[in-house]
Design a binder for this molecule. Sequence first.
Ligand code: FAD
Length: 317
Amino acid sequence: MKVTEHIEKAGGKTLFSFEVVPPQKGKNIQDLYDNIDPLMEFRPPFIDVTTSREEFVYIEREGLLDRRIVRMRPGTVGICASIKHKYQVDTVPHVLCGGFTREETEYMLVDCHYLGIENVMALRGDAMKHQRYFEPATGGHTYANELVRQIKDITRGKYLHDTVEAANKPDFCIGVAGYPEKHLEAPSLDYDLKKLQEKVDAGADYIVTQMFFDNKRFFEFVERAKAMGINVPIIPGLKPIAVKRHLQLLPQVFKIDMPEDLIRAVEQCKTNKEVRQVGVEWCIQQSKELKEAGVPVLHYYSMGKSDNIKAVASAVF
Ligand code: FAD
């Protein structure tokens, strides 16, 4: 079922969902299931599976270092199929512009269709670590709105080689990213919102936001998006702070602000166990307020660890 159908079916009740990251190549998929298992009691209607950008690895060969570009966490579509089968839940593979040609994207979408995956999250991806700015793959997309257009084309039977008339066309529900504190490269929030609107105009069905720690930023973002005519569901993305280092790391990576009260509470902690407790409590308060405001879904970034998400969900759902 589509994410938007789950939202409609819920009739105003806030749903619970979360995102998982594929294991590193060669690592055990059981670890992923072990993190999903404790969250299934909160009945997520869908689970997102991220796609990672490729990265450089150095392989030693006869005393020389050979530099290779490798995708260290492959398997997004396979994991989506396996979670769907194992837990009888819908899954949302993240589809990236970065590192993929249009053909490769088309093959991935065809696989999704054959596997009965009805939702995809269309994203540009970040620049690779050695790049200052994002560079598309040769023959790939530069911005997420182009990717949305390609996905939408396929739902109309329009493939790269030709238009195909078939009875059972893929009918993807398309999610895109939104940024309550603006995307780090955008010159202003208004500019970023216009680009978000382009993604919706191209065919996006819903929006999931970047993490934020101040609900005011989310509420203002939703208000401004609606004023611009963006009328698709906007799902808040949340992450509980887990270690002291997050105070510097999260603003650095995502260009987001931390509220003063949260900074003070984390700084007073003597151990990361205490930080984790502060993070969980903060996230519970955020979740309760958002739920009260009637958000369609509370979407959690699990980052491979489910215990703190479980603690939050237990208090909220
Ligand atoms: P876009 O919408 O293309 O926007 C990128 C930037 O370009 C913005 O600053 C925007 O304002 C600007 N822009 C957009 N269109 C145009 C245009 N036509 N002309 C000029 N400027 C334009 N990353 C991963 O690698 N894997 C994941 O699985 C993943 N999952 C994510 C899930 C969520 C919910 C979110 C919020 C982010 C996720 N990301 C993921 C990170 C995301 O890939 C990065 O934030 C990336 O830098 C931007 O992606 P986007 O889809 O928002 O890009």
